[in-house]
Design a binder for this molecule. Sequence first.
Ligand code: C2E
Ligand code: MG
Ligand code: MG
Ligand code: MG
Length: 279
Amino acid sequence: IQARADRLQTRSFSPADQSILDRQRQLDRDLRRALGRNQLRLNFQPQVDLKSRNVIGAEALMRWDHPELGPVSPAEFIPLAEETGLIVDLGRWILFEACQQAAAWPSPITVAVNVSPIQFQHVDLAATVANALRSSGLPASRLELEITESSRVTDPGRVHAVMWQLRDLGVRLAIDDFGTGYSSLSYFRDLPFDLVKIDQSFVRDRTSAEDHRLLAAIIELSSKMDKHTIAEGVEDEPTARLLTEMGCTYGQGYYFSRPISGENLCKLLSQPHRQQLIS
Ligand code: C2E
Ligand code: MG
Ligand code: MG
Ligand code: MG
């Protein structure tokens, strides 16, 4: 936050900048407490096999109900937690919580957990994951870790080494938000992952023939490199059908389901006919 304040101060500092900083200071302070006060919880967004439309997994997404500010989006508080290092404690909590819940689900689908690149640098991530699996009893094959590359990775060699340790534990690895930011084609050569998660920008904004061909090319490239693909941000049937035709394996998005509570996911999974979300 101080770094951000310094950055802002290098140009003219407006009252709007001040209120952004004030909010960030408040969020940072409150987030530390939220962890101990049960204000954080997980929602789960179902992931489906595009051909059968069966639910095969669910992504754990963090939710924060701030006592005064109301719901705060992870898009706002995760980057803040990465900046302050709090993501390490937060990330550990999420892993344990997600594994514990998933172990009790009525159907053996996978749980996908987002892991920040900061967690690779500051903790023994493989040991933390092994502990979460052991204490929950969840089989490693039912845990998938979604990894996003970022500018904050100062030591790519370490990320690479930790990914191999995770792979050795038997968990599945997905590259999240593929095609945006810092993800690169060299991943296919260098990193041991199972799944490419296509960023929703490629899935949702298809206005030109080029967009269409780009999406098809990402799926084709992945499949040539023996990776499964999952598309995020699937919002309608034409998109789901197009992705299926293009050979994309899995889909996730509002069309199939919004993120829901663990309780509602359990209800969904215990009704076999409802497991096929849309067909
Ligand atoms: P993400 O991992 O790319 O997650 C997908 C985001 O897209 C989620 O937003 C989800 O609710 C949203 N989404 C899913 N389907 C659709 C759709 O059809 N249309 C639209 N418009 N949006 C859709 P959410 O829950 O706000 O999470 C935002 C980001 O926050 C995540 O992006 C992830 O990077 C981060 N995040 C959330 N929970 C965690 C966590 O526990 N740990 C870490 N490290 N990051 C997390
Ligand atoms: Mg994700
Ligand atoms: Mg994503
Ligand atoms: Mg995304």
